[in-house]
Design a protein around this ligand. Sequence first.
Ligand SMILES: NC(=O)c1ccc[n+]([C@@H]2O[C@H](COP(=O)([O-])OP(=O)(O)OC[C@H]3O[C@@H](n4cnc5c(N)ncnc54)[C@H](OP(=O)(O)O)[C@@H]3O)[C@@H](O)[C@H]2O)c1
Length: 312
Amino acid sequence: MIDSVALQKGTLPVRHGTGHMPVLGFGTLIPDAETTIIATRTALEAGFRHFDCAERYRNEREVGEALKMALPTVGITREQIFVTTKLWNTNHRPERVAPACEASMGRLGLTYLDLYLSHTPFAFQPGDEEDPRDSDGNILYDQEVTLPETWGAMEDLVDSGRCRAIGLSDITLDALLPIWQSARIKPAVVQVEAHPYLPETELLEFCKQRDIVFLAFAPLGHGIRPGPLEDPVVLAIAARTGNTPAQVLLAWAVQRGTALLTTPKTAERARENFNISALPEDAIDEIDRIQTRQRFNDVVKTGSPGFIPRGR
Ligand SMILES: NC(=O)c1ccc[n+]([C@@H]2O[C@H](COP(=O)([O-])OP(=O)(O)OC[C@H]3O[C@@H](n4cnc5c(N)ncnc54)[C@H](OP(=O)(O)O)[C@@H]3O)[C@@H](O)[C@H]2O)c1
């Protein structure tokens, strides 16, 4: 069995990047600026070394500010953390990719990114409106650009050293396959919703066979109740092993070979979500046998983010 320190400090190798991704990642999808700063600092203090950002979260500046302030306090350097951000849907045209990446790096105050992801495979009409819609509220997609063209511009970011690795978020196995086959620089990471109600086993197996890091978002089912946090199997294992339900879900995710992102907003929750312990194999098997299936975020179907209020 994996020991608890290995679980907390574990990393997964990132192909074509020079680094390793810490398996426990802190997600910065946080609605307000002040909470972003406090929660980011608190996550760093609790031990998180992997930070997941996005242009679309509109708080890269606050995340950068918090990291700049807290890194010296914690006694570590930029090179000891892993920072990801994401290309938004309105910037898929190749000529918009490098400027979007550089703008994100500028807001984060970084000279390189450990990982740059396309936020979704859907291209929206380019422009300043992040959520372009027609008068009936339908998303205005951009038919003038393909995902392989966007990917080509992202490959250039690796060539120039601005990004150590590139990957895809909110991607299905069907959409990943053609990129995998045609890419000059293969995707290093896929970031998708995953938890016991949406295990994405087929995609995980594909990733494991090709050394792609599978990075799970919403490992707690985004905290939605009822959901995995209240599942009877998870509650029983938590009681039996002396863990909280959140710790059970996070340990399961790591022990099945994924990295994960969670969004604790208080110091107590950050410590809870970082200090996870390995579960016995029979507990992992029990969770694997949960039959409930539920997707909490439909972003993968439309490109419109499920957990971000419209207009942000
Ligand atoms: N690529 C994408 O499209 C995409 C989509 C969604 C998310 N993400 C990334 O993934 C990250 C994580 O996603 P997520 O926020 O959905 O993850 P999550 O950790 O599954 O859900 C966060 C929710 O769980 C609650 N929570 C956190 N720790 C808890 C604990 N120990 N016990 C009980 N409840 C707890 C939080 O509650 P409180 O609010 O009460 O603290 C919050 O409501 C995001 O920040 C973002 O970086 C990416």
